[in-house]
Design a binder for this molecule. Sequence first.
Ligand SMILES: Cc1ncc(COP(=O)(O)O)c(C=O)c1O
Length: 432
Amino acid sequence: MPAATTRTNQPGLGDGHFPGTGNWPFIFDLVPVFIRCSEVDLTPQTKLPVYLDHHATTPLDPRVLEAMLPYFTRCFGNAASQIHSFGWDARQAVDSAREIIGQSVNARPQDICFTSGATEAINLAIKGLFHAGGKVPQHFITVVTEHPAVLDSFRRIEAEGAEITYLPVDFQGMLNPRLIAEHIRPHTKMVSVMAANNEIGVLQPIDEIGAICRQHNVLFMTDATQAFGKIPLDVSAANIHLLAASAHKIYGPKGVGILYCRRRRPSVSLIPIIDGGGHERGLRSGTLNVPGIVGFAKATELALAEMNTEQPRLRDLRDTLFQMLQQGIPGIKLNGSPDRRLAGNLNVCIPGIVNESLILALADDVACSSGSACTTAAVDPSHVLKALGLSLAEVHASIRFGLGRSTNATEAQQAGRAILKEVRKLRASGPL
Ligand SMILES: Cc1ncc(COP(=O)(O)O)c(C=O)c1O
């Protein structure tokens, strides 16, 4: 098959068209490996779904790909090979990425540790801190609506003897920071609260939480995977000691993330979970993913440069979509706080439908999700929505739309029309 010349209207493939924009560079035409993906059964007329699942992952921005490309080929060196120019070049690229990513959250570059993603960063932070604490009693505080990477890591150390307090949230998904102060004990080691929720987009008051932790001399960790690059983050101002983020949520590549781990005032010590060559100052062994790291830095730069225009744009589009749905779907309800949420997040409960049926019915028109970004394979109903007090029927009637850089007004309208049509059909087909 003449893969290199195949053209489709699949976003980001073949036609150099980034979903929702017409003017992105024709970078994909330069990359045969990507063009080969168009061998899946797509003809030029294929109608593609509007991608509204940006919390799960985002498409790679062509500008990021462009920055990464030399590090796959010409500059292929191992950043740990400090004996020749190939290694020096790779190391320089990593150092500069560390600087850019560090600066973006007001952290020292040497406090940024590259990982394979946020899941690994979170595991390293929670398990590493617990194991560094030795045999003395250790207490941790977290929240019931955290991502499974956080909750499962805590469950793991709980089984090893740690004491964990899981705080509740209110009906809008907000944590009352006063609860933290009330639950801090003499041996509380760390408080872990996510910056933005991956299901309902709710933004927790991390500045306030950080201040409480400072007052009580307790470490503060935040899973910033969904917030990084979308809202301003300042580890110093918010008294954050540990922070996890991931490139693929901000139009960067998959398989690369960071753990910010403060090494000064106070110096947080972690026992690594991956042993080997002592890379990343001994925190995380393994040859660095140089193209991925370069891509993460480029994606960070772009997210920061565009934050002030992109976030209001997404908020407007999201609100327009919600208004459209409200007008056409009696009884529709917003899940999560209406004000304190990510600009691109819309999570709604549509009584009278089952989310899985709606998602399937929409498959040709809209790509969306019912639950947690990373756990859609699990059949369990959303622990986040249950924590808000939704009934099981309401949880199963809830659906998440995640708008992003690739969403434009036409697509939002197109998605809105398709959702209205399918909801009416499902409701007309009788009781659940
Ligand atoms: C809030 C949150 N934390 C952690 C993760 C895990 O990130 P990664 O895919 O980089 O492992 C995700 C992924 O969706 C997330 O949304």
